[in-house]
Design a binder for this molecule. Structure first.
Ligand code: AMP
Length: 410
């Protein structure tokens, strides 16, 4: 089915072909016609399914059809959990809007950077606001914008928004929106809190479940390599050079580990940078830009990078430390194999993390053979007492921890 059969305007079709999007993904094919008719949509979709375009196109088309009021007021609000996702979603809106007759203004606002340029940017009004909840509330407190003219609300990665402890911020924002509006709600998972939010927010929504089919399931080869905790960096170096990995996203459990592992890789001439919530926004943006432009071979990241980031043709993801949860595993490996490309996800497993990995496998319906790389045969047998063996130790973060992490942008 071509995009042209979905009822989209010629200006949007032109932008799609400029983006080289030839046919809609399943979620786009289902959501676009319904959203164009003004229906609420409840989409269950993983990142990589094309959901950004699925909500951006109908919003742009609807906004472009009606001239903006004077003064201009935000007419569409897109709430996202992280700064990086905000930047990415804003960019996609701008790309798709470029051929519209009447230009639409897209404002992207997120925390961790000075509020003043964002306040300046909102002067004279805007059409579309893509925001993280905390910064949006700060801007509202400064009277930098009003939500009274919002006709459409998108909640993107609703599960992640709630995971990060944004429930109170969301409730405040929702109370400031006009009751009459369209709601587009997307989430990869539907735990009870997300279901409850969807239930209160949506009116007779079109429910779209994009189950991965053999055609659109990301083509990700998953491997598990048995290696002692202390030898993981050496093994990583060897794999990068022997398997000729051009770019690899390495996940670790802590900011400290991200710094140390990146440092060790740099010492052996692998271009590597850490990526975590304590870096300045400028640094984070720079690292991502360098990675996307292939100026870096490795980025060593905490789970801040696991969701939402879209790095096209990222060939390899490594779980240097295992993720805490099965859903984090899904999101981490989902950074590769995006939009029909193939990818590789490698997990390092050692005596201390074997039981945890088995649990992840069970929940994922997986059974991966444990590879042993010559020269890296594991010697550990008992779970090591020392730290740094994976993301499985310690208590689960409390709600407060999550809120603090969210405030830092983790
Ligand atoms: P998302 O699920 O929104 O994070 O999108 C995942 C990736 O799919 C992004 O790199 C988009 O640029 C890409 N994408 C979205 N729609 C299409 C399409 N119809 N055809 C090809 N790629 C697409």
């Amino acid at each position: 089915m071509p995009f042209s059969s979905l009822g989209l305007s010629p200006a949007l079709l032109r932008a799609l072909s400029a983006r080289a999007y030839t046919a809609p993904t399943p979620i786009q094919a289902a959501a676009i016609p319904a959203a164009l008719q003004g229906r609420d949509v409840l989409g269950s979709a993983q990142t990589g399914s094309g959901k950004t375009v699925a909500f951006a196109l109908p919003l742009l088309q609807q906004l472009a059809q009606v001239a903006a009021e004077k003064p201009r007021r935000a007419r569409a609000l897109v709430l996202v959990p992280t700064r990086e996702l905000a930047a990415q979603v804003g960019e996609e809106f701008r790309n798709l809007a470029q051929h519209l007759d009447a230009p639409l203004k897209v404002s992207v606002v997120f925390g961790g950077v000075s509020i003043n340029p964002q306040m300046m940017g909102l002067r004279g009004g805007t059409d579309i606001v893509v925001a993280t909840p905390g910064r949006l509330l700060d801007l509202l407190d400064h009277n930098a914008l009003t939500l009274a003219g919002v006709q459409a609300l998108v909640l993107d990665e609703a599960d992640r928004l709630l995971d990060l402890g944004f429930a109170e911020e969301l409730a405040r924002i929702l109370s400031l929106l006009p009751a009459q509006r369209q709601n587009l709600f997307f989430s990869a998972t539907f735990p009870p809190a997300v279901q409850a939010l969807a239930h209160t927010l949506l009116q007779d929504p079109l429910r779209i479940d994009v189950l991965p089919t053999p055609q659109d399931r990301p083509d990700i080869l998953q491997r598990a390599i048995a290696v002692d905790a202390a030898r993981r960096t050496q093994l990583l170096r060897q794999l990068i050079s022997q398997e000729k990995w051009s770019r690899v996203l390495v996940f670790v459990a802590t900011k400290h580990a991200a710094e140390i592992v990146a440092d060790k890789l740099r010492k052996v001439d692998i271009d590597a940078e850490p990526f975590h919530g304590e870096l300045s926004q400028g640094k984070r943006t720079q690292v991502l830009a360098d990675f996307k432009a292939e100026r870096l071979t490795a980025v060593v990241a905490t789970d801040v990078a696991a969701r939402g980031l879209d790095i096209t043709q990222l060939p390899v993801v490594v779980n240097y430390d295992l993720p805490r949860s099965t859903s984090d595993y899904t999101h981490r490996i989902g950074r590769t194999g995006r939009a029909g490309e193939s990818g590789l996800a490698v997990s390092f497993v050692n005596a201390g993390t074997e039981a945890h990995f088995r649990l992840i496998e069970k929940r994922q319906g997986l059974q991966l053979p444990r590879e042993v790389i010559p020269g890296f045969e594991p010697a550990e047998t008992a779970p090591p007492a020392a730290a740094g063996t994976g993301g499985v130790k310690g208590k689960r973060p409390s709600k407060k921890d999550k809120q603090r992490a969210a405030a830092r942008g983790d």
